[in-house]
Design a protein around this ligand. Structure first.
Ligand code: AMP
Length: 278
């Protein structure tokens, strides 16, 4: 039956009920993504959003820095569908590249917020990456029109960039952060961990150990030196191992929340991780 909506409250309830809580991913899902999906399903229930949790799976070519990295990114849709179902998702949206980027059409990249260009972290080591992220996130929100979207703290700078872009572009999507899920030994779960051989898997543990050891030190320079020492003990030279303001990712300011962040190549695999500091 056609709903006849007479009040703003009725209209908003109708509109909200058609909206979902979105979990944006590139697939190759693991327990970290499952936590995001469970959170999204819970949020949708609490908000009375009958569409529930929608999982977006799209390996976005515009955010990769090298064709090799894009080609070898794992693609496991059948397994992903099982994980999504078990974690409580309502549907998966796995669009083709032609749907996201219709041939002959230019999908605009929103102006990049400062946190995507100034910190000299991922922005410096993966040029063009956040332009691709902002482009696909805006496009995905236009296509899916979610009420809220869950992003992992594992990609801390990405979370900050998305928060800033949503505010700047007035996209009207609530961004909900979810803590990093780790293996029992501390390694942050990542779709890229499958590329680590046994020796590199063991060395990679130095990253979470370095973040942990930074907490014992109360000045940023001392914490940064300690992180480098712990990484060096596993023969890892990081791209960065720094303490920054948790919001702007600029230099830390006394009394404001700060974050320790590390990126490093371990063998042929690039890993990133971060933690609250101190
Ligand atoms: P991706 O792994 O690039 O497909 O990321 C999809 C979403 O999952 C992003 O919001 C990531 O931050 C999040 N994510 C990835 N790994 C983890 C993890 N170990 N714990 C929590 N969230 C994660």
């Amino acid at each position: 039956m056609l709903p006849i909506l007479r009040t703003i409250a009725e209209f908003e309830a109708w509109r909200a009920a058609r909206s979902s809580v979105l979990v944006p991913t590139m697939g190759a899902l693991h327990a970290g993504h499952a936590a995001l999906i469970r959170r999204a399903a819970r949020e949708a229930r609490q908000r009375g959003l009958h569409a529930g949790c929608l999982v977006w799976i799209f390996v976005n070519p515009t955010q990769f820095n090298s064709p090799g990295d894009l080609a070898r990114y794992p693609r496991t849709l059948d397994q992903d569908a099982r994980l999504c179902r078990e974690a409580g998702a309502s549907a998966i949206f796995a669009p083709s590249a032609d749907l996201v980027y219709p041939p002959g059409t230019t999908i605009p990249t929103p102006p990049l917020p400062g946190v995507a260009t100034q910190p000299r972290l991922e922005d410096a080591f993966r040029p063009g990456h956040f332009a691709g992220v902002c482009q696909v996130v805006k496009r995905m929100f236009d296509l899916c029109r979610p009420q809220a979207a869950i992003f992992g703290e594992k990609d801390w700078q990405q979370l900050a960039v998305v928060l800033a872009m949503v505010r700047q572009e007035r996209l009207g999507v609530e961004i909900i952060p979810e803590p990093t899920v780790r293996e029992a030994d501390g390694l942050a779960m990542s779709s890229r961990n499958v590329f680590l051989n046994a020796a590199d898997r063991a060395r990679a543990l130095a990253i979470s150990r370095a973040l942990g050891s930074a907490s014992a030190l109360t000045t940023a320079p001392a914490a940064e030196a300690r992180m480098r020492e712990v990484l060096a003990s596993a023969a890892i030279t990081p791209e960065y191992a720094v303490v920054r303001d948790a919001g702007t990712l600029g230099q830390p300011i006394d009394g404001r929340p700060a974050r320790a962040l590390i990126a490093a190549m371990v063998g042929s695999t690039r890993l990133i991780d971060n933690a609250a500091w101190p």
